[in-house]
Design a protein around this ligand. Structure first.
Ligand code: ATP
Length: 608
C-alpha cells in the first residue's frame, strides 16, 4: 500500500466532489445515467487515485479477497457522531430510529451544529481513505476508542453531505446501485473512448478480481496494456459456473457427441494458489479461507507436483474410517477461529481437484478442458487427502445414467458435464459446463438459495430462539431483496441454536431499506445470510414481493411448504442468492396442471 501513500501526497482531490457524485448516483437507478455520472467522476479523478475511487464506489477499501474490513458497529458510529457534534447519544438514536439511515442522521446532526465552518480544513479523498484504512487495521485493546476518535475527527471537518457518505462507507451501507459491470462500462468510455473495450477490461477483472488494479492500468497505460493483463498469484480468478439441466436427455441435446462427466461433489469449492511453500485458499466468493484449513496447506504442498500453480478443487468432509463422503454441513465446524485444531482432527476432509488454471507461468484458461485435465492428472499426486475428481468420457444417456448412479451412491450430488474442447471462462456461467443433480427430478425440481431478512420468536422448545424465518430473493435490477416465504421446518435443535447465534448479531433497529416486504416481523436482520430451501411448489401470492406483477397484477410468488435443507450457504454472497427471475423460471417449469390448479384456487377463494 506504500504506493498509495506516496501517490496521494501529490494528487489531492476534494471529497466533496465524490460526495456530490454519490448523491447524484443515489437518486437514479437508470444504468445509462449512472454510467454518465461515473464517467464524469472518473475523468475528474487524478489518475493515480483512480483505484481508491473505484474501491470507494463499491463501498470497500481494498479488493474483497484481501479481507480488509471496516466493521464499524452502529453504536460506535453513534458515539462518534455525538462526540463530533456535541449532541446526546439519545438525540442521535432518535433521529436514526426515525429515518433508519445513520448516514443521513450524521448529515442531519451536522446541519444542527452551530459552529461556523470557515476555520475547517476541507477533507480530501486521500484523507478519508487513509483514515478508513487506519480504522480497518486497528485491533485489540483500546482500538474502539481510537476508531471513534478517527471518525469524529473526520466528521469535525466534513460537510453534512460528506458526513453522510463517510458514515455509509464505514458502516458498509453505501448502495449506489453501480454494479461492477457499470463501473467497467464507465472505465472503457472514460479512458478509451469506446464502450466496446469493456470486454478487455472484463477479462482482466475476471482473472484478478481486483477492479482497482485493473482501473489503474486502464487509466494510466491504456487498453493495450490491459490486453496483456496476466494472472497473478494470490489474486483469485473468478470462478466458471455451470448451467442446470434436468435430465440425461437434456444433456445429450446440449452436449457434443463425446464429453466428460465428473462427479459433482457436495462440498466447498476452493481455489488453491501455490507459490513454493506459500499457499493461499480462496472460497467460491473469493474470500481468503486459508486459516480454516491448515490441513490443506500442509498436505497440498506435498501432493502438488509444481512450484507455482492455481488449482480448483472441492473440499469434502469424510468419515476417516470408511473414507465415505459426509454431508457438506460438517464443514461448518471448520468456520471458527478458536479451537480450530480440535475441529481439524474431529472433522477430517479430502481435497478433490477438478481443474488447473495456471502453472509454472503458463496461463491455462485458454486450454481445452481435455488438455487441462491431462495436466491436472500429471500435477496432482493422489493420496488419502488429495484426489482427482472421478471423470469418465460419456456419449449416451445410459452411460450418463450409470455414472450418475455411481456418483450418488458415493455420496455426491450428481454430475458435472463438461465440453472437452471448451476453455475455462472465468467469471461466466454458461453451457460449457452443465450440472445434473438427482434432486432435480422431483417436486419443485431445484432448491433455492434464499436470504434471511426477518425472524419470529419461537414458542415451546424454540422459546428464546428464532422459530420461523422470513426469507427473500435477490433482485439484481434494483439491488434489493423481495420476501418470498416464511420457513419454520427443517430445523434441528442444533441448527436453531446456530442460526440464533449468527442472526442475533445481524439484528437491525429498523428494516433495512433494501428489504421489500409487506410482512411484519419480530426482528429484522441485516440481509447477509443465505440458506438452502426446498419447497413443494411455487404459488402466486398477494403477500410476497418476489416477482410481483410478473404473472399477475398484484401478485408475487410464494413457496409452498418450504423446508430448510440444513445447508447454510455461507459460501454465497446475498448477490449470489436465487433471484426473482429464477423463481419465475421454476414457476413456469412446474407442470401446467399445478399452475392451473393454483390459478383456479386463487380465483375460487378470491385470494387475489
Ligand atoms: P450449486 O448451488 O449447485 O452449488 P453454484 O451456484 O454454487 O451451484 P454452479 O456452477 O452452479 O455453482 O455449480 C458448480 C458447483 O459445484 C461449483 O461451484 C463447485 O463448488 C461444485 N462442484 C462439485 N464438483 C464439481 C466438479 N467436478 N466440477 C466443477 N464444480 C464442481
Amino acid at each position: 500500500f506504500k504506493f498509495i501513500t506516496w501517490v496521494y501526497k501529490k494528487n489531492l482531490m476534494e471529497f466533496s466532489i465524490i460526495s456530490e457524485m454519490f448523491e447524484k448516483m443515489e437518486k437514479t437507478t437508470k444504468r445509462i445515467e449512472l454510467t454518465d455520472i461515473l464517467v464524469e467522476l472518473l475523468k475528474k479523478t487524478p489518475k493515480k487515485i483512480i483505484p481508491i475511487v473505484v474501491y470507494l464506489l463499491q463501498g470497500i477499501i481494498r479488493p474483497n479477497f484481501e479481507g480488509v474490513e471496516l466493521g464499524i458497529a452502529e453504536k460506535l458510529a453513534i458515539r462518534a457522531i455525538s462526540k463530533s457534534v456535541g449532541l446526546s447519544i439519545k438525540k442521535i438514536e432518535d433521529d436514526y430510529k426515525k429515518g433508519g439511515d445513520l448516514g443521513i442522521t450524521a448529515s442531519n446532526m451536522l446541519k444542527l451544529k452551530t459552529q461556523t465552518t470557515f476555520t475547517e480544513q476541507k477533507i480530501t479523498v486521500e484523507r478519508v481513505y487513509e483514515t478508513l484504512f487506519k480504522i480497518a487495521k486497528l485491533e485489540g485493546k483500546g482500538s474502539q476508542d481510537l476508531k471513534m476518535k478517527y471518525i469524529s475527527s473526520l466528521l469535525n471537518d466534513a460537510t453534512p453531505l460528506e458526513a453522510k457518505f463517510v458514515l455509509k462507507i464505514l458502516l458498509g451501507t453505501l448502495r449506489l446501485g453501480v454494479a461492477e459491470n457499470t463501473v467497467m462500462d464507465a472505465l472503457a468510455i472514460a479512458f478509451t473512448g469506446k464502450k466496446e473495450n469493456k470486454m478487455q477490461i472484463e477479462n482482466a477483472y475476471n482473472v484478478s478480481s481486483d477492479l482497482g488494479k485493473v482501473s489503474l492500468i486502464v487509466a494510466t497505460d491504456g487498453i493495450d496494456e490491459i490486453k496483456k493483463f496476466k494472472i497473478s498469484m494470490f489474486s483469485p480468478i473468478r470462478p466458471m459456473l455451470a448451467d442446470r439441466i434436468q435430465s440425461e436427455e437434456d444433456a445429450i441435446k446440449k452436449m457434443p457427441e463425446l464429453f466428460a462427466a465428473e462427479y459433482k461433489l457436495d462440498g466447498e469449492r476452493v481455489q488453491i494458489h501455490k507459490l513454493a511453500n506459500k499457499i493461499i485458499l480462496f472460497s467460491r466468493r473469493l474470500e481468503n479461507i486459508t486459516e480454516y484449513y491448515p490441513d490443506i496447506v500442509e498436505n497440498v504442498e506435498k501432493s502438488l507436483n509444481v512450484d507455482e500453480g492455481v488449482f480448483e478443487a472441492e473440499i469434502v468432509p469424510i468419515n476417516e474410517n470408511s473414507g465415505e463422503f459426509l454431508p457438506f454441513q460438517e464443514l461448518m465446524h471448520r468456520r471458527r477461529k478458536y479451537k480450530l485444531e480440535k475441529a481439524v482432527s474431529e472433522y477430517p476432509i479430502t481435497v478433490n481437484f477438478f481443474d488447473v488454471l495456471y502453472f509454472d507461468k503458463k496461463d491455462c484458461l485458454n486450454l481445452k478442458y481435455s488438455e487441462r485435465r491431462k495436466i491436472l492428472e500429471k500435477l496432482v499426486n493422489e493420496d488419502n487427502f488429495s484426489k482427482l475428481v472421478p471423470m469418465l468420457l460419456v456419449k449416451n444417456e445410459n452411460e450418463i445414467e450409470d455414472f450418475l448412479e455411481n456418483s450418488i451412491n458415493s455420496g455426491c450430488e450428481g454430475l458435472m458435464l463438461k465440453i472437452l474442447d471448451a476453455p475455462y471462462r472465468a467469471g461466466a456461467r454458461g453451457s460449457n459446463w452443465l450440472k445434473l443433480k438427482r434432486e432435480y427430478r422431483n417436486e419443485l425440481g431445484d432448491s433455492l438459495d434464499l436470504i434471511v431478512i426477518g425472524g419470529y420468536f419461537g414458542r415451546g422448545r424454540r422459546t428464546g430462539l428464532y422459530g420461523t424465518l422470513l426469507l427473500g430473493t435477490y433482485n439484481p435490477e434494483n439491488d434489493n431483496f423481495h420476501s418470498v416465504c416464511k420457513v419454520g421446518t427443517g430445523f434441528t435443535d442444533e441448527s436453531l441454536d446456530q442460526l440464533y447465534q449468527i442472526l442475533s448479531n445481524k439484528v437491525t433497529l429498523k428494516k433495512n431499506s433494501r428489504i421489500v416486504s409487506e410482512m411484519e416481523a419480530d426482528v429484522w436482520f441485516e440481509p447477509e445470510l443465505v440458506l438452502e430451501i426446498v419447497a413443494s411448489e411455487i404459488t402466486l401470492s398477494p403477500i410476497h414481493n418476489t416477482g410481483l406483477n410478473l404473472i399477475r397484477k398484484g401478485s408475487g410468488f410464494a413457496l409452498r411448504f418450504p423446508k430448510f435443507t440444513g445447508k447454510i450457504r455461507y459460501e454465497k454472497a446475498v448477490e449470489d442468492a436465487s433471484t426473482d427471475e429464477e423463481v419465475l423460471t421454476l414457476y413456469k417449469r412446474q407442470s401446467k396442471f399445478s399452475q392451473m390448479k393454483w390459478t383456479f384456487m386463487l380465483e375460487k377463494y378470491d385470494i387475489n
